[in-house]
Design a protein around this ligand. Structure first.
Ligand code: SAM
Length: 291
């Protein structure tokens, strides 16, 4: 797909009606091929690295001072391990419904020598392993679109509310459903030259299964109270974020570390990271930890 198509894609998303939702055929990612494609694409200099570093930085900023953080739909823990590595004084629990994903996550965390991450085999719609009001923060990255229905999303928001301490912090980010099929295909296959085919296919299915901003707005107000706000990437809701307010990252060493990780990204992924930062900034998100 050519970059010159982008203006068409943006225009179409302003005028079309939203595509109907198509829930994921594989709700839980538990085939070894799926896990492998997703894990490989995310690690080291994989196509997800800009996305991971963006969320690691924002989540790091949000959770300063927390003791216990729960990650819903942690998958192979690529994102979770990066956040845990940046925040060794905080304890993390990764929750996932796929044993195969959890096994990959456990191995990854072990290989990195991290001692501040444990895992729970559980559904985010009923997190029986986590007690009421026990989490200082709940995070989730690119997992909510796996839920079969809006009612499951509502149930997940209720669980988030249940396990969070009063005034707990929140960072739930996921893909947003785009309005035209052309734009779904544009984003799904944009990087097809350097990512496994299964990953592109999964990306397309995920975009078709994603919820829309209005779903997040409704549940944030009905289930989470006034503390959470919804943001999206400017004009195109490629990413949707429900989060509580944060403050600028004051820890200079952490800021330097994040800046170093940004500088270490291959040029094309550094540019992608800066694009995500820009599009969220234009969408109203303040306190950029890389600024
Ligand atoms: C696309 S992966 C995202 C993994 C990770 N958060 C990341 O950003 O790399 C989505 C994960 O959600 C998990 N999942 C799907 N439905 C779930 C549910 N009801 N409860 C918990 N995890 C679920 C899948 O098994 C999969 O590991």
């Amino acid at each position: 797909m050519l970059l010159s198509m982008l203006p068409t894609v943006i225009r179409e998303n302003l005028v079309s009606r939203t595509l109907p939702r198509e829930p994921e055929p594989d709700l839980v990612m538990d085939t070894p091929e799926n896990v492998e494609a997703f894990a490989v694409a995310g690690r080291i200099d994989g196509v997800m690295s800009a996305n991971y570093l963006f969320h690691s930085a924002r989540i790091t900023q949000l959770i300063q001072g927390c003791e216990q953080v729960v990650d819903l739909g942690c998958g192979p823990a690529t994102q979770l391990a990066q956040i845990a590595g940046l925040n060794p004084g905080i304890q993390f629990t990764g929750v996932d419904l796929s044993e195969v994903m959890l096994e990959d996550g456990r191995r990854h965390v072990r290989e990195l020598g991290l001692s501040n991450v444990d895992f729970a085999h559980d559904s985010m719609t009923r997190i029986s392993s986590v007690e009421d009001a026990s989490a200082d923060a709940v995070i989730s990255t690119l997992a909510l679109h796996h839920l079969p229905s809006f009612e499951d999303l509502r149930q997940t928001f209720r669980e988030v509310r249940r396990i969070l301490k009063p005034d707990g912090r929140l960072y739930l980010v996921d893909l947003g459903r785009l309005k035209s099929l052309k734009s779904v295909l544009y984003f799904a296959y944009m990087n097809r030259a350097h990512q496994p085919h299964l990953f592109s296919l999964d990306y397309e299915r995920s975009l078709r299964a994603a919820f829309v901003r209005e779903d997040f707005e409704r549940l944030a107000s009905e289930e989470l109270g006034s503390g959470a706000r919804v943001y999206q990437t400017f004009r195109l809701s490629v990413l949707l974020l429900v989060t509580t307010a944060d403050r600028p990252l004051e820890d200079a060493a952490l800021r330097d570390k994040l800046q170093g990780m940004r500088n270490d990204l291959p040029t094309k992924y550094r540019k992608q990271l800066d694009d995500i930062r820009l599009f969220f900034r234009l969408g109203g998100l303040k306190n950029d930890p890389f600024a």
